[in-house]
Design a protein around this ligand. Structure first.
Ligand code: MTE
Ligand code: MO
Length: 375
């Protein structure tokens, strides 16, 4: 007699991974990782595109380095957690009928759609984020804008999902795993937690100095001229410093030019400051230069305004940036001329660059040629 192969039902999956207490715990951990990742991502977005009400402090000097490190590492942690969670719940795909009785149709349909959106958005965020860490962009959209928009989509879908499932989540979390009649649940959760730990440790070397030696992803940390990594080299940016290079300081009431020799004789300050790239790597160095506020004062310009920084680089998204007034006022916001005791390498921005505390790397403009005090 030939038996027709039967489509399984969720109850047919009896492995320890496929149970509500396991799924709820993985969901909780995943929620924490996503939450941290979302908030630190919003923060980074706000620092780069500050709304009027938003102010970001310049101290402690490592603040942005820490929030961006948390962003990248919580995203890395979410990858094994998401895979474990999907493994845990995929038998639900076999639930029949796919949509329930008319009375519950709206709620159930909403739940299904929110899960589909959530899974797609979460995958999109994690995959594009990892590619960004690797600085590979095999797509045509603009990464920061897409990553930001889909982040909101994931957050919305997650809220709906948690809202719909809350009663179930509560019961499942209240079930003690230790007394569980099904063996193996604890082992599955331990494996998920262990893989997450390995993934985080493997990535943390990009930003945590004492983890450099155990980290596979630390390739960016200590390479590059003068001990600091480089994202965009001078030749990639098409930089040729003209023989008559001058720094122009411009403000509402006037302008003044400085030659390199003029900058070199102004009082210098050295600060141990990080470059914290939005892609996750960070590296600390001793930067020496003229505090921007002192330079403005020497020019006779106001020192309590935001300042637009212009570069020799003509095109390119990072060829200019704006220093908010809070950062201009910080004496460690430098127009740096030297790094680790040496004149800046061309790839680090010779003749001079901005190095400010607690600031995304993309805003640490290199090859500076103009400072414009804004109203
Ligand atoms: N003019 C200019 N400045 C720039 C960039 C750039 O492409 N052009 N890249 C920025 C980015 S993304 C980072 S992380 C830092 C890196 O500085 P470094 O190359 O000296 O390490 O420079 C920033 N300054
Ligand atoms: Mo960067």
């Amino acid at each position: 007699m030939i038996r027709r192969p039967s489509i399984p039902r969720p109850e047919d999956f009896t492995g320890p991974a496929h149970s509500a207490p396991v799924a709820a715990r993985l969901g909780l951990w995943l929620g924490v990782a996503f939450g941290l990742c979302f908030l630190t991502g919003l923060l980074s977005h706000a620092i780069q595109h500050p709304p009027g009400w938003f102010g970001w402090p310049s101290r402690p000097v490592n603040l942005y380095r820490i929030t961006q490190g948390v962003h990248v590492l919580s995203g890395i942690a979410a990858i094994p957690l998401l895979l474990a969670k999907l493994w845990s719940v995929y038998p639900r795909l076999f639930a029949r009928p796919p949509l329930r009785r008319p009375g519950r149709l709206v709620g159930h349909g909403l739940e299904r759609v929110s899960i589909l959106v959530l899974v797609c958005a979460a995958f999109f965020e994690l995959v594009t984020g990892v590619f960004n860490v690797a600085q590979a962009y095999p797509w045509r959209f603009f990464f920061p804008a897409a990553h930001h928009a889909v982040g909101w989509l994931a957050a919305g879908a997650l809220l709906v999902h948690v809202g719909v499932k809350l009663p179930l989540i509560r019961t499942a979390l209240a079930t003690r795993i230790g007394r569980d009649p099904v063996p193996g649940r604890r082992a599955f959760l331990r494996t998920a937690a262990g893989s997450t730990g390995v993934a985080v440790l493997g990535a943390a070397g990009v930003t945590v100095p004492w983890l450099r030696h155990v980290s596979a992803l630390s390739w960016r940390s200590a390479t590059g001229p003068q001990g600091v990594p480089v994202n965009r080299t001078a030749s990639a940016a098409g930089i040729a410093v003209p023989a008559d290079w001058r720094l122009e300081v411009v403000w509402a009431g006037g302008r003044r030019g400085f030659e390199l020799a003029d900058l070199a004789v102004l009082p210098q300050r050295t600060g141990r400051l990080p470059i914290a790239c939005v892609e996750g790597w960070s590296a600390t160095a001793d930067w020496t230069g003229v505090p921007v506020a002192d330079l403005l004062a020497a020019a006779g310009a106001p020192t309590d305004r935001p300042v637009r920084v212009g570069s020799l680089e003509e095109a390119g998204l990072y060829s200019r940036s704006v220093l908010p007034a809070l950062h201009v006022a910080d004496p460690l916001t430098l127009l740096a001329l030297r790094v680790n005791g040496e004149v800046l390498h061309p790839d680090h921005g010779f003749p001079c660059r901005i190095i400010a505390p607690s600031r995304p790397g993309v805003l640490q403009t290199k090859w500076v040629t103009r400072l414009e005090v804004l109203d």
